[in-house]
Design a protein around this ligand. Structure first.
Ligand code: FES
Ligand code: FE
Length: 451
């Protein structure tokens, strides 16, 4: 297979002005910049594909996207997971039309009947013409495999870059935060209730930056939704709350306020919140106090570039780019496998009430991101800069926690890191430069004792 090489786009990288904490609006609307993102970011980064629980048996598969590339993720006979471009090597037709399936024996192209194994190999053609063509070498043709596929705590990721570092290196010490959701119980996690898909007419970076560090919007944007569900505004505390912080590693980021445990209330079922609080001691014994509090705190997270989740609300999502001004939003509900069925069901209902296309909070957010995208398209408007300066004065905090830590979660710190990382992906064509870049986390060994 041929995997396109990265380039270097210093002019685009310069659109993120670190010293002034400004981002040029063209990064949200410009087609040439978007094409560079497909190459530099979606062609190289590790991208979320599936949860292992979706495809437990050989032949089980889901269809998804990596950037705009249509991809089939399928469990192999040896138990490993493979991912292949969903595009026939003959004329490019999709070979898989459905979103998911169980125990498939292979995929057959609609156009001329070529058939492929679940390992991507070409098994047969039309049986009449091609097979009798003396120059035709069946063994040399197949579905293009995704260069690397790997799992972390049940989540499956893929990258088109054979040179990309391992998935764990790509996360770096950010795994410490991912484990808040993925490893707070010995039974592991699963997705329940299927995948909810919707379209939002916005640039993919608006939702990604919202989840990486924009808790600020919640008390304003989500005021009315919070009143409907909670009978009052979301309680965010003050800007420099002692126990609130943002953490950032390689552009991945999480924000949290450890004083506000009980955030699961926003899903609308008090019983759910009681359940989370009731598990506090068990989680503390497993992950330590900081992360035990994070399980039920006001928190949000983005894994660079386009995979996000809310630890308290159990919603996981990918912002699939579909041009500079559109995304397909895929969302799932993640629960611990060992949770009682009743609790799982409350989580599923809760995410539907809040963070689904008809959910109170999703609609609030989607409308804002659409108008951010549309308004920035104005010819004069696009040449102005956007402000990302909140909290710039206070700098990084000394901390034993992994990554860059910024005290207080009401600031733009993680968003600045997200765009720095974006600029590094634009500028650098090698992973060596990317990993050495200034967003690299301080080399601190992190152990549970450090908490
Ligand atoms: Fe698939 Fe022709 S396009 S068999
Ligand atoms: Fe929101």
């Amino acid at each position: 297979p041929v995997y396109p090489k990265a380039g270097s786009y210093p002019d685009f990288a310069d659109l993120v002005d670190d010293s002034r904490a400004q981002v040029d609006r063209r990064v949200f609307i410009d087609r040439a910049i978007y094409e560079a993102e497909l190459r530099q970011i979606f062609g190289r980064a590790w991208l979320f594909l599936a949860h292992e629980s979706q495809i437990p048996n050989p032949g089980d598969f889901v269809r998804t996207y990596m950037g705009e590339d249509d991809v089939i993720v399928v469990r192999q006979r040896n138990g490993r997971i493979g991912a292949y471009l969903n595009s026939c090597p003959h004329r490019g037709n999709r070979v898989c039309m459905v979103d998911s399936g169980k125990k498939a024996r292979g995929f057959i192209c609609n156009y001329h009947g070529w058939s492929f194994g679940i390992d991507g190999r070409l098994n047969g053609t039309d049986g009449k013409v091609y097979d009798k063509d003396p120059g035709f070498q069946k063994s040399e043709i197949g579905l293009t495999p995704v260069a690397q596929v790997a799992s972390y705590q049940g989540l499956v990721f893929g990258t088109f870059d054979p040179e990309a570092p391992s998935l764990e290196e790509y996360f770096g010490p950010f795994t410490w935060y991912l484990d808040v959701m993925l490893d707070n119980d010995e039974g592991g996690t699963e997705f329940i209730g299927g995948c909810v898909k919707s379209t939002v007419e916005c640039n993919w970076k608006f939702p990604a930056e919202n989840f990486v560090g924009d808790i600020l919007h919640a008390f304003w944007t989500h005021q009315s939704g919070a009143e409907a569900i909670l009978g009052g505004a979301v309680d965010l505390g003050s800007r420099y709350d002692e126990r609130a912080f943002q953490a950032s590693v390689y552009g991945h980021g999480i924000e949290t306020n450890l004083d506000k445990v009980g955030n699961t209330r926003t899903l609308g079922f008090p019983e759910l919140n009681d359940y989370v609080l009731g598990r506090y001691e068990a989680v503390k014994a497993r992950l330590g106090e900081v992360r035990a509090r994070m399980v039920g705190a006001v928190s949000s997270c983005t894994v660079f570039p386009n995979f996000s989740f809310l630890p308290g609300q159990a919603t996981f999502r990918v912002w699939h780019p579909k041009g500079p001004d559109r995304i397909d939003l895929y969302t799932w509900t993640l629960v611990n496998r060992n949770m009682p069925e009743r609790i799982k069901e409350l989580y599923r209902k809760g995410t539907m009430i809040t963070f689904s296309p008809g959910g109170v909070f999703e609609m609030d957010d989607g409308e804002n991101w659409e108008y951010c995208t549309k308004a920035n398209q104005g010819w004069v408007t696009r040449h102005q800069k956007l402000h990302y300066g909140l909290g710039q004065d206070s700098g990084w905090a000394e901390s034993s926690l992994p990554g860059h830590i910024h005290r207080g979660s009401l600031n733009d710190a993680n968003q600045r890191q997200f765009y720095r990382r974006w600029a590094e992906f634009m500028r650098f064509d090698s992973w060596g430069d990317l990993q050495r870049a200034e967003t690299a986390p301080p080399a601190k060994p992190m152990t549970r004792a450090a908490e």
